[in-house]
Design a protein around this ligand. Structure first.
Ligand SMILES: Cc1ncc(COP(=O)(O)O)c(C=O)c1O
Length: 388
């Protein structure tokens, strides 16, 4: 939990505060200012730090020679690069791609489809049920019916709005049976699910975002199978073997290595699970039939509770919590800051009125039973106002 000036921050799925080791590193002031491509001593020092951080990140996820790592500015860029880049590379070889995505995916996936269609590629939404789940066999049959064509599936391992978890073994089976390529959006995985650092080496690529796990904002990384071909999105001086040009953000990359290491050392899924269950049960009892927890039958992550409190507007509830010093989130704000009903919930069949009454609590990796008891004491009086 981040508690500053007696405020509670329960919006870890939006972003996280800096990890202690990153703050310490920054406070020490060794800013690795040099260009890692420069041949002089300070350039070599920056290059060394970047290489060390890259190697340590690969090790942290037990990846060895089969994958490369690409640094970028965050999951939005990483995902755009891999999906559009795969499509562009196939197009150069005279193919169109068949892109499968979920209507519950993050906008950086969901909103990509038009740009793919514009240049002739085909896109297919996966069918999602009321719990944010999909039927593996239906997906396999749909893919098989296309014949021998290049198929790319985006698979979001943890949903940012609902906390629903899709495990990697399921998608590995889909790949095995259909030969499709798979990109896994892992932006919400580190520190939020058991085994977040255990990947499946058969899958093609994985994308992460630094600011979701205690590193700096504006930096992320992707693991990419060596055989996975994609045209770079960002062209320039050919840094990172041409995968992503531009001077590498060494400080940002270092912050990701430190934050991941700290998360691995301190991760305590049993404590998080107990804490989340306590909050879940307390809120469910408080709401009675006036509210409900979204996708409650699904396997969920360890930090998220998404709620509908009937006949209350998300923005009104958020404002009341904010005044009381509790920071939460709801749906997605448009550029004018106005909340629209959650597309993710509506794609799961939640009706529009309920989707407008949605709020999300997402806790930090320090969640425990002890903290959960404090949180419930703080949350209860505000919730009670909306249950009258
Ligand atoms: C599931 C998911 N994918 C991708 C992103 C985009 O991440 P970034 O902010 O690094 O661009 C987010 C951020 O909310 C996310 O939750």
């Amino acid at each position: 939990m981040e508690k500053s000036i007696s405020r509670f921050y329960f919006d870890y799925n939006a972003t996280s505060p800096l990890a202690g080791s990153v703050r310490k590193f920054l406070a020490e002031g060794d800013f690795l200012y040099s260009n890692p491509s420069s041949a002089h001593t300070s350039g070599k020092k920056a290059y060394g730090a970047y290489k060390l951080a890259s190697t340590e990140l690969m090790k942290a996820f037990n990846l060895s020679d089969g994958h490369r790592i690409m640094m970028h500015s965050g999951a939005t860029e990483g995902i755009n690069t891999l999906i559009k880049g795969f499509a562009a590379s196939q197009k150069r070889d005279g193919n169109i791609i068949h892109f499968f995505y979920s209507p519950t995916d993050h906008p950086c996936v969901f909103n990509l489809k038009e740009s793919l269609q514009l240049v002739g590629h085909k896109v297919y939404p996966i069918d999602i049920d009321g719990n944010g789940n999909f039927d593996e066999n239906v997906l396999i049959e749909r893919m098989k019916s296309l014949g021998d064509v290049p198929i790319l599936l985006n698979y979001t391992s943890v949903n940012n709005e609902t906390g629903v978890v899709w495990d990697l073994e399921r998608v590995a089976r889909v790949k095995k049976q259909t030969g499709c390529y798979v990109h896994v959006d892992c932006a919400q995985a580190p520190g939020k699910i058991r085994g977040w650092d255990k990947l499946n080496t058969h899958l093609d690529c994985y994308t992460y975002s630094g600011h979701k796990f205690g590193a700096l904002k504006g930096v992320g990384f992707s693991f990419i199978k060596k055989e996975f071909q994609f045209s770079p999105l960002i062209i320039g001086g050919g840094q990172q073997d041409g995968m992503r040009s531009g001077t590498v953000n060494v400080l940002g990359v270092m912050s990701m290595h430190l934050a991941i290491r700290e998360l691995k050392e301190n991760f305590s899924p049993d404590d998080m699970e107990q804490g989340l269950k306590y909050i879940h049960d307390a809120l469910q009892e408080l709401f009675g039939d006036k509210g409900y927890i979204v996708a409650d039958k699904m396997t969920k992550n360890l930090n998220t509770i998404s709620l509908i409190i009937k006949n209350n507007k998300s923005d009104v509830m958020l404002a009341a919590f904010d005044i009381a010093g509790i920071e939460l989130s709801a749906g997605s704000a448009c550029s004018a800051g106005i909340l629209s009903p959650s597309r993710v919930l509506m794609s799961m069949g939640v009706d529009e009125n309920d989707a407008k009454s949605f709020i999300r609590l997402s806790f930090g990796p320090d969640l425990s039973l002890e903290l959960a008891k404090d949180y419930v004491i703080s949350l209860t009086p505000i919730f009670e106002r909306f249950l009258k």
